[in-house]
Every structure is written in C-alpha cells, then in structure tokens.
Design a binder for this molecule. Structure first.
Ligand code: ACO
Length: 367
C-alpha cells in the first residue's frame, strides 16, 4: 500500500534521491547489479575484498585493487584492535547491537589509512570483541594476513574456522555489501551530503540498519522459527500471526515485486555448508507456507522471501550468535555505506527534500 496524505507519497517510494554507479535494484525483474555485475555472478566468483575494491574505485574515481583492499583491511583490523578498550568503553551492559553503535560512533581517522578501510576493518573487530565480551571472554586479536571473511569468523568464535565456513561468510559479505538506495544507505548519504565525514555517515547508516523493517529482521526470523518449532505447527502459527496483523519477518520488500535474488544466493551457500543440519529443510517448509499464506492475504501485492530470511539461517549455521546478526550485516554493508558516502560527497550536492505541511496556518480561521 502506498500510504498517501492528500497527494503526497509518504516514504519517498520510487523517487530517485541520487545518481549512483554503485548498485542497481530492478524490483520488477528481481535483479541486483553491484558494480556492474549480477549479484549471483559476483557471489560465485569474487571475494569481499574484490567487490569492495570495485565499489571504492567507482565511488572515488581512483583505481583501487583487491590486493590493496586486503592489505588495508588487515592494517585497519589491527589498528581497531589496539583501540578496543576505548571503543567498547561506553557500552558495558549494552546489547551487542547497541554496543556496536556506540563503538562505530567512537571511530576516528587513522594515520596512513583511508577512512573507508579504517571503518570497514574496524566493523569486523568491533563485532568480534562484542561477541567475546558477551561470553565473558577477552577479544581475539586479528590476523592481518587473513581474508576479511576468515578473520571476521575467527574473531567471532573460538578456534580456526573451516574453509567452507569462510567461503559461506564471504558469499554473505559479497551478497549484502550494497543494495541501491536502501534506508541505511540513504541515511549515510544524507549525512555525507552535508560534507560531514565518513565516520558520521556510517554511524547514521548503522542506526538506520538496526530497525526490524530493515537490517534488524534476521534475529526475529530465528525467533519465529523457534516459536513455530515443528512442521505441524507451521500452518496454525503463521495463520494466527497474520490474523493478528503481525508481519512475517524475512518476507516483503519495498522494491522487489518478485523474489529477492539474494535469497537464492544465500540459500545455495547454506546448501554448500554440508552440516547445516535440519535447519534448512525446516526453514524451507516454513518459507513455502509463509509465501502461500501471504499470497492469500495480499493477492494484489507480491510479498516474497527477502534476504533476511536466509541470512538468519546462514549466520546461525556459522554459529554466530543471533544478537550479532545486525552488526555482521553492517560488516558487509559498511563497504557500500563508505562508497555511497564518498560518491555523495563528490557530488557536492546537499540532500534536502521538502515536506508537505498539514498543520495549522496563522491566517486560517480559528475553530
Ligand atoms: N508480513 C505480513 N504482511 C506484510 C509483510 C510481511 N512481512 N510485509 C508487508 N505486508 C503487508 C502490509 O501489512 C500491507 O498490507 P495492507 O495493504 O493490507 O496494509 C502490505 O503488505 C504492503 O505493505 P507496506 O508496508 O506498504 O510494504 P513496504 O514496502 O512498506 O514494506 C517491508 C517493506 C518494511 C520490508 C515489509 O515488507 C516488512 O515489514 N517486512 C517484514 C520485515 C522484514 O523482513 N524486514 C527486512 C527487509 S529486507 C532489508 O531491509 C535488508
């Protein structure tokens, strides 16, 4: 439903807010292009560092290559690790999601490092340190020679991850690193358009990501699967939720009118993780019934699976605690936010929309 007050579309649906060379979402055909390639092709062939290099090159107009990005992210992870006590100082007792917000806000420029790399490298270290702190353990030091996916997983868990696990996380990071003018990217671009720095822009982006209508959905997806519990309960649970007017987490999208192409990429990545156990068959059964029930409820509005449904299953299979799902999303999306913020700054154009005033006017007759 396109909510309208008078003739004003609320929510900026369909209104281009910027020109971008970074990514394109074709909601009618279910296609996502990131830096010139279809998401499925990128996920099959490129590392997170390679895609990040493409995004940063397109945004800055300066060539950046994969090797340089890998080296810079390694240095950035080490620098962030050295500052972990300060970065986490404001957040004892806070959740992992909120502690991540406080730590990102405390980032600052590092000598000899691009702001983009400082931010993306730090996001992985902060996420790892917050997860370890929640377990009562000290943070795990980064390995600057490792890939970003491998090191992120190492810092989140105890012990070396398996290659197939690293591959699955790398696929996830590539798949969600950028996605057109989503709410968090828009927030980051608005801040960058004031010529505020990338640290401010990315903090704003993360804040927008935390809501359940955007990047906060995967944890509720797992809660939904846990609450349903068994195959017999799928139908009554989903029917009851929809009858109460609840939204099914991991379904529906503002832009896609068909299945989110990222859902299939992530589902295939989960299938390659051989011992994902029984989670995937059960989740697939829940997904199938949710799609059917949503088709019945809203026959004129396609509500299909979005990226968050399989994100939840994938990150859970990687033994990442559900409270860290949104920060892990930010580890990936920080590549897109930094690129968009840089691209926006280069336009020099302040983003300043108007609003439709519906309040009283001084000259209107008083009731
Ligand atoms: N479950 C049930 N009903 C839904 C859902 C859902 N997941 N999504 C939309 N609807 C219904 C709405 O209730 C509305 O029904 P109505 O016309 O009878 O009132 C209709 O579909 C249209 O909804 P809108 O709010 O106009 O859709 P919008 O484009 O604003 O919503 C959104 C997109 C926010 C993602 C929505 O589908 C939703 O809340 N999904 C659940 C949360 C979720 O999965 N978030 C992650 C999104 S992906 C990402 O951001 C990375």
């Amino acid at each position: 439903m396109n909510i309208q007050l008078g003739r004003t579309p609320i929510g900026l649906d369909g209104i281009p807010a910027a020109e971008t060379a970074l990514s394109h979402v074709d909601g009618e055909h279910g296609e996502l292009i990131i830096a010139g390639e279809r998401v499925a092709d990128l996920a099959a062939a490129a590392s997170f560092e390679a895609v990040t290099a493409r995004l940063w090159s397109a945004a800055s107009g300066q060539p950046v290559d994969e090797v340089e990005v890998r080296q810079q992210l390694g240095v950035a992870r080490e620098r962030a690790f050295a500052r972990i006590p300060e970065l986490l100082a404001a957040s004892p007792g806070m959740s992992i999601i909120d502690g991540f917000r406080a730590a990102v806000a405390a980032l600052r420029a590092e000598d000899g490092l691009a702001h983009e790399a400082t931010i993306v490298g730090a996001c992985a270290v902060i996420a790892g340190a917050l997860v370890q702190r929640a377990n009562g353990a000290p943070p795990i030091a980064p390995d600057p020679t490792a890939s970003h996916a491998a090191d992120t997983l190492r810092m989140l868990r105890v012990g070396a991850p398996e290659r197939r696990e690293v591959a699955a996380l790398d696929t996830y990071l590539v798949t969600v690193c950028d996605h057109g003018m989503n709410a968090s990217t828009f927030a980051a671009r608005v801040v960058a358009s004031t010529q505020a720095d990338l640290f401010a822009a990315v903090t704003a982006g993360y804040c927008a990501l935390t809501g359940p209508l955007h990047g906060g959905a995967p944890e509720p997806v797992l809660e939904m699967l846990t609450a349903i519990g068994t195959r017999e309960r799928i139908k009554p649970w989903v029917d009851d939720a929809l009858a109460r007017g609840a939204r099914l987490m991991g379904f529906g999208h503002r832009i896609y009118r068909v299945r989110d192409p990222r859902a299939d990429v992530l589902k295939a990545a989960i299938e390659r993780l051989a011992d994902a156990g029984t989670a995937l068959p059960f989740a697939s059964a829940v997904e199938a019934y949710c799609r059917e029930a949503l088709r019945r409820k809203n026959p004129d509005r396609v509500l299909d699976t979005n990226v968050e449904f399989f994100t939840a299953i994938l990150l859970d299979a990687l033994k990442i605690p559900r409270q860290a799902f949104t920060p892990i999303f930010a580890v990936a999306r920080s590549a897109g936010w930094t690129a968009h913020a840089r691209e926006q700054q280069r336009t020099g154009r302040l983003i300043r929309p108007s609003s439709a005033y519906i309040g009283p006017t001084p000259d209107a007759p008083k009731a």
